[in-house]
Design a protein around this ligand. Sequence first.
Ligand SMILES: Cc1cc2nc3c(=O)[nH]c(=O)nc-3n(C[C@H](O)[C@H](O)[C@H](O)COP(=O)(O)OP(=O)(O)OC[C@H]3O[C@@H](n4cnc5c(N)ncnc54)[C@H](O)[C@@H]3O)c2cc1C
Length: 438
Amino acid sequence: MKVIVLGAGIIGTASAWFLQKAGHEVTVIERQPGAALETSFANGCQISVSHAEPWANPSAPLKLLKWLGREDAPLLFRWRADWLQWRWGMCFLRECLPSRAAHNIRQIVAIAEYSRQTLQAVRAETGIDYDCETRGILHFYTDEEEFRASLPAAQLMRDLGCPRQSINADEVIRIEPALSAIRHKIVGGDFTETDESGDIYKFTTGLAEQCAQAGVGFRFDTTVTRLLTQGGGSSARIAGVEVIDEHGRHQTLQADAYVLAMGSFSQPIAKRIGVDLMVYPGKGYSATYQVRNSDLAPHVSLTDDGHKLVISRLGDRLRVAGTAEVNGYTRDLNEVRCDAITRRTRELFPDACDYEQPVYWTGLRPMTPSNVPYIGKTKFGNLFLNTGHGTLGWTMGCGSGRAIADIVSGRRPDLDFAFTGIPQYEARVPLVSVPARS
Ligand SMILES: Cc1cc2nc3c(=O)[nH]c(=O)nc-3n(C[C@H](O)[C@H](O)[C@H](O)COP(=O)(O)OP(=O)(O)OC[C@H]3O[C@@H](n4cnc5c(N)ncnc54)[C@H](O)[C@@H]3O)c2cc1C
């Protein structure tokens, strides 16, 4: 089959990889001059199966109230005259219900674990060098109450099969000695040795190169403007995709099947043909520092609970990322947030990096209210979804690509997940109760 993949972030590129492996003739359409130049460019870099708890959980509404009006709040809603944003906000509140959150965690763990295994297999097969560290993820706490509240969440993860161990402050320092400067503030942590980190940009561009070598066509500098439809009811199909090509010319491209993987921008394009995706951008920040003293910079990927930051070592660079603003499609850098990241990183690792020349960046997480992505089918027989991966698109990326390639090929993916538009999966997911966090 001829398949067109829309978008060359981690999700579109992983989809293209597995689609070509399944024997399809694949073309990827991307508005940027290369792969991974939007949200998959400079994120937190964690492959974090063990921290699958979505933002929408039973403790979120109270926290959001506490953070109201705080410019440096980890999660900030800036309400706009935007009906989608308000609807998204209402759905987010619904996903905070304990039963919904429990269902969502189970979904996310399932696809994330499948994806980590898939990433490991792709890494072994392709040999892509992406500053991968397989030393686990260490989450440390500086607030006694938050640490206590994390214990049931860690237990839940263990129940779901993730080896997330709660540990004391001495063990935190033993695992990552670079945290010694703030030893006196650390009250505990949890550690998952099976988690990983690595540069999403290097991986995605490396995979795109290998896709191209395997025969995948990439149309860069080409913007998708519209999906064209034909037929109605059960015979409704996509007839083509309208693009503006690299020379500014309008063209219609055609294939047998189409995979929508345009991150936050999947929503408006799908809406025009009556596919209502609840995907909204959640702007996040990152800072990248040059490491000056290797021994003083962490190697283990970290999560700083108090400041809601993730920290990953990428060779001779340190990447620190976090925070979210639900504020439309703007990517503006807010100086207050940038300064807060550098202040905190300098406090944690005072002499490790060059803090005078940080490289700041923002990206738009394609957020569903539940953080469970849309992977599956639509009412158009040949339009498939792979979008809405929110805070964990790198973690879920390779597995999502592999799963959608199976679905497009008419096969059943080998995991228990509520794939969109495939009812038998939705019915198979049991509910568990999720503990409330403070
Ligand atoms: C600050 C931050 C930290 C994060 N940290 C982590 C982490 O540690 N671990 C983790 O697992 N995840 C993390 N994430 C989430 C992860 O980065 C995203 O979920 C993931 O990158 C989304 O990938 P994507 O391919 O769906 O979207 P994108 O990478 O945005 O790809 C979509 C592509 O579609 C293209 N496109 C859009 N519209 C059009 C159009 N009209 N025509 C043609 N092309 C179009 C875009 O140019 C883009 O290349 C983080 C995100 C942020 C912002």
